[in-house]
Design a binder for this molecule. Sequence first.
Ligand code: T5A
Length: 211
Amino acid sequence: MMQGKFISIEGTEGAGKSTALQFIKQYLTKNNIDVVWTREPGGTELAEEIRRLVLHPMSFEEIEPETELLLMFAARAQHMKKYILPALNSGKWVATDRFIDASYAYQGGGRGIAMDYITMLDKWIVGSTYPQLTLLLDIAPHQGFERAEKRGTDKDRIEQEKMDFFVRVRDVYLERAKQDPERIKVIDASVPLFAVENQIRDVLDEFIKRR
Ligand code: T5A
């Protein structure tokens, strides 16, 4: 069966993922690559409902870290089977705004859930369908926050966390990049947009050469 390529984009809040995605879309389209776009949590109708539940809950009941983790993986299970795998199996490229690394960073780093539990779910739900390339947009949390503030949109439940939460999130992302430098490419997202795009272009050029 023909297999497409799988790319994920990660980063802490306000790192510029959505902005970078626009650039990546244009880059891949220019290179005649048939790519589909998606995001996590979300990507299917049901997974988007879970996203709303976890990021914008209607209830004031506090969501336990374990519940949050399992909801992320419930959404991911649906997303994998209904969207990602069929697209990859039909030879399409898939680019997702966040994926598995976010669970390690946010629920592991941010919430302090033992990594072994996350690894267990990872092996079960993601298995070998790992992105071949992950662009990690790295920025100091306070700078990301300033950018997100300027955007002026309402904060979701996770965005309302305190700064030290996002410091832990960033630490886990960077640690994972250190452990898997072949897959996770760290992009310095603190610089002006054109300089971020230059770094992304270099990584994508290299990735396309290897495909
Ligand atoms: N989550 C997700 C988990 O906890 N576990 C999981 O397993 C998964 C999958 C999802 C949330 O879910 C959590 C993580 C998240 O909290 P999300 O939709 O990914 O949320 O949204 P956020 O991370 O909140 O992303 P944001 O939309 O807030 O930020 P972006 O997309 O990183 O930033 P963007 O592109 O909107 O840029 C922010 C502002 O900065 C400007 C932009 O114009 C914009 O105004 N900007 C720049 N300014 C100057 N220089 C640059 N280089 C700039 N790049 C962008």
